[in-house]
Design a protein around this ligand. Structure first.
Ligand SMILES: Nc1nc2c(c(=O)[nH]1)N(C=O)[C@@H](CNc1ccc(C(=O)N[C@@H](CCC(=O)O)C(=O)O)cc1)CN2
Ligand SMILES: Nc1ncnc2c1ncn2[C@@H]1O[C@H](COP(=O)(O)OP(=O)(O)OP(=O)(O)O)[C@@H](O)[C@H]1O
Length: 191
């Protein structure tokens, strides 16, 4: 089996080419709102974590607006610096992003003055995944460590269909997803 780092390279390229090939008018319709069967399983008062999508990652801005209008508290990852643990704080203005500040890794994040919050449901970025819920991320281990420290959370991967692969090299610390949403499919729950 290929190494995680070779797979990251290959799948980043596949993802980039796939997204570049999508007509803008089609792309605008994708990841517009979560699939109804998934939504039915999310508590109305759940705090929902999203991520500030960059590059060719599955976009999250429509979900942010949708969940805000549905009354959920929304959270985004925050890092005190490059070496700090990932934590979450509220994302209060998904329409204008006026409350975000630049953070490490080239990502926008909530301001340091906001309290840490613990989301119940986390939508996570990924480079690759399998139809069984295995996940390959950027390699920082940020989500793996957060999930190890906060058990019982609902973990939902957002992916383009080309990111769902047959198999991934899995290590003991790798955390399984509960669901994966692609533009054409909802995978899970896997348990
Ligand atoms: N949009 C987004 N937000 C996220 C993540 C992510 O993957 N995507 N993370 C997931 O854990 C956390 C941030 N962790 C990160 C860890 C490593 C790299 C990283 O190594 N980036 C490469 C760029 C790779 C490329 O552009 O091809 C780099 O800086 O070299 C980025 C984010 C939380 N927020
Ligand atoms: N629970 C944990 N405790 C300590 N170290 C961990 C834990 N989970 C992951 N790590 C470390 O993090 C590093 C990266 O792990 P991995 O390659 O699986 O990241 P990833 O899941 O692709 O990244 P990310 O979650 O940031 O998107 C590894 O060196 C691993 O040892």
């Amino acid at each position: 089996m290929k190494s995680k780092s070779d797979l990251r390279k290959e799948l980043r390229r596949v993802r980039k080419d796939h997204v570049a090939a999508q007509p803008a008018a089609i792309k605008a319709l994708l990841f517009n709102r979560p699939p109804a069967p998934l939504l039915d399983l999310l508590a109305e008062n759940a705090t929902i974590a999203l991520y500030p999508a960059i590059g060719s990652e599955a976009p999250t801005s429509s979900y942010a607006k949708f969940f805000l209008e549905r009354g959920h508290v929304i959270a985004l990852p925050r890092f005190a610096d490059e070496n700090a643990q990932m934590e979450f704080a509220a994302f209060q203005d998904p329409f204008d992003k006026s409350d975000l500040v630049p953070g490490p890794f080239g990502l926008e994040q909530p301001d340091a003055s906001l309290p840490v919050i613990e989301p119940d449901v986390l939508f996570v970025p990924l480079i690759g995944c399998t139809a069984k819920g295995d996940r390959l991320g950027q390699g920082g281990g940020h989500y793996d460590r957060w999930f190890a420290a906060h058990t019982g959370k609902t973990k939902v991967g957002l992916a383009w269909d080309v990111q769902v692969v047959e198999g991934l090299p899995i290590e003991a610390h790798d955390q399984q997803l509960d669901f994966i949403v692609t533009p054409t499919r909802l995978y899970g729950p896997f348990a």
